[in-house]
Design a protein around this ligand. Structure first.
Ligand code: XIL
Length: 355
């Protein structure tokens, strides 16, 4: 089996290298067309500003992807800037875009320790008040988007690198129960939405993924309504994620009965060795192997990038251009990773049938 996988990977990489030099994205089949043939989600996080102001951004996004997630505008700081007053303007525009282009939408994120409004971080609240704030936020947001968002990151990044519970405003104020409550209230708000736990650096086998595994297993054992796990998968080319570890980790999560999605795929390349061309090829290979690992795991149903063009990525703060993490370059020209994904997604029905 491993040999078949390796042979497949080599075959694909070979095809990628060839295709990368003879074709462009415009001549090949859009990713979403190939993905849809095996009901696979191929997605990207959306930056609401270029979506509004840059035609090419919206064009490429709608042509290539069948799933989107808001990079920022569904976070609490945007949705509830003042206590009890919700602003859905930007988020609604994104939902309308998804509907118009037949894309599924993930919701990100309901309970997190970042992107919180200052009224919350600087306020003083009793345990009961904080619970009410969390319940109101979850229920108002999920009710607003009911039927429009198929999966929610209910809880984001609750575990530390050491695998312990992260010290957050929610843990301090409510206690460990805050996590079970979040899932319970989310289910009450929209019984049809899939409810996810989402975290980074928990893809391989390490202290953090061990902590995440224990957390989601605990939630399941206690009867909390959790359906899936999001592996953010923010990669670094110089320290590549081990595919064996990714597979082992996905296997144990799938055994818990959880759906798996790769939710925020991107890759730092700046500190890797090699020429820019060599880095692009190495990047394509690591990304492609990640996609194959997901396709070979029946519980893994989608891969979403955290952006899609190097023109807009959180890895390049304003004024910087050093990182080239995504599928398209700064001029929307496809990179080798795009061709790799195109080739592999074409094989999706075959790969799925074998696994
Ligand atoms: C990031 C956005 O990309 C940035 O624009 C923002 O300034 C901070 O948040 N994990 C997550 C995402 O769950 O919400 C984060 O997104 C990236 C890390």
């Amino acid at each position: 089996m491993t040999r078949i996988k390796t042979a497949l990977a080599i075959l694909i990489i070979f095809a990628v290298l060839q295709v990368a030099f003879v074709s462009s994205a415009q001549e090949t089949k859009p990713l979403r067309e190939s993905a849809e043939a095996c009901e696979f989600g191929i997605g990207a996080a959306v930056n609401h500003e270029p979506l509004r102001f840059e035609k090419k951004y919206a064009e490429v996004l709608s042509r290539e992807f069948n799933m989107i997630v808001a990079e920022n505008v569904m976070k609490m700081v945007t949705l509830q800037p003042t206590p009890g007053r919700f602003d859905f303007t930007e988020a609604d525009a994104l939902v309308a875009f998804a509907e118009k282009h037949g894309m599924k939408m993930r919701g990100h994120t309901l309970v997190w320790h970042e992107s919180l409004p200052t009224w919350l971080t600087e306020g003083k609240f009793t345990r009961d008040e904080l619970m009410k704030i969390m319940e109101t936020h979850i229920k108002t947001v999920m009710t607003h988007f009911k039927g429009k968002i198929f999966a929610w990151d209910v809880l984001n990044e609750a575990i530390t690198e050491e695998g312990q519970l992260r010290d957050t405003i929610w843990l301090r104020g409510i206690g460990e129960e805050y996590m079970d409550l979040a899932f319970k209230w989310a289910r009450e708000a929209d019984p049809d939405a899939k409810l996810f736990y989402n975290d980074f650096n928990a893809e391989g086998m390490n202290a953090k993924s061990e902590g995440v595994y224990k957390l989601v297993k605990g939630l399941k054992d206690r009867g909390a309504p959790i359906d899936g796990i999001g592996l953010q998968t923010h990669l670094k080319l110089e320290t590549p994620l081990s595919m064996d570890e990714l597979r082992e980790n996905m296997d144990r999560l799938a055994e818990l009965g959880l759906e798996i999605q790769i939710t925020e795929l991107d890759m730092r390349t700046k500190n890797a060795t090699g020429s820019p061309e060599e880095k692009l090829i190495a990047q394509a290979e690591l990304y492609n192997n990640t996609l194959i690992a997901c396709l070979e795991q029946p519980a893994c149903t989608a891969v979403l990038f955290w952006g899609f063009t190097d023109r807009y990525t959180w890895l390049n703060p304003p004024g910087q251009r050093e990182e080239a993490p995504l599928l398209f370059d700064r001029t929307y020209k496809s990179k080798p990773v795009y061709e790799a994904f195109q080739q592999t997604l074409e094989l999706c029905p075959t790969i799925r049938a074998k696994s």
